[in-house]
Design a protein around this ligand. Sequence first.
Ligand SMILES: O=C(O)CCC(=O)C(=O)O
Ligand SMILES: [Fe+2]
Length: 336
Amino acid sequence: MSDHTAVIQDVVPVIDITDLRSDDVARRRAVGKEIDGACREIGFFQITGHGLPDELVAGVYDTAKEFFAQPMATKREVAQPNPKTVRGYTAVGEQAFAYNEDTSAPGDLHEKFDVGPHVVSDDPYFSIENAGPHFIPNQWPSSPAGMQQAWESYFEAADDLCRLIMRGFALGLDLPEDFFADKIDKDISMLRAIHYPHQEEPPAPGQMRAGAHTDYGSLTIVRPEVAPGGLQVFTQDGDWVDVPVIPGALVVNIGDLMAQWTNDEWISTRHRVANPPRDVVADTERMSIVFFHQPNYDAVIEPLPTCVAAGEEPRYAPTTSGDHLTMKFEKTHQKA
Ligand SMILES: O=C(O)CCC(=O)C(=O)O
Ligand SMILES: [Fe+2]
């Protein structure tokens, strides 16, 4: 795929991002333009040539699997402390992504474990007083051994990959290539393992593995798993379409902040995780690893002048990355 042609697999294009690391700006820009096309059409794409090592994926995957297999009392030792502090364990049914859409629904059929940045710095910028919940330390379980190290390594690699993709975003939007750099150098991103247990019983009416939602931040990188009942995107035509799992590829989608930055020229597409069909007799367990890239808490997000036509009003008032995220966290726990 060295000619950068997007391969249309259903509605989500596959983009080889190898050339984002090229010395040749024309090659970097060509990838940026492919990304721009995908973000205007559907807000989702799959990446190959991303360079995220398999060992790092396996490190998070294996430790997460072991963690979720432990007794509930052990998992509860690192329970998420409150809606605003997304650190630690959330059990099945405790929240629902669909609450973000002000929809009432039974709790989602997943459990999850979340961590945030692990930077250690005395700089007052990172203190709880200034930063609110965004740099609160992570909670690590006593077992499995090696979980913290595996997750921190993945976090750093995924964060670097997001910085690279954001350079591609800037090129795709005809901005200076480093436009986003000073807005994501102290990012408040999050890493999550999300586990969808095998469904013995049929779900309650309206209950999903993960209800329909848009993501909150700049971009999300999902490492999915082949299993019945997977990720689906809502197309502009109003259809739910499966996102195919391509071995070695990662799924990327943009979140609300990129839509706001681009004044909705780029689409923050709704997505959900469907329940497995009831006629599947095999185990339907599924787990994905999700990295939510989120700019610095004080980064001001407002429509780029280049995305607002002359004489038109921007569609969004300025917000900060941190305030937007906190508002979303609170909603995810509130039944509409
Ligand atoms: O598990 C997945 O494939 C996606 C999960 C998701 O959309 C999310 O956690 O925001
Ligand atoms: Fe999502």
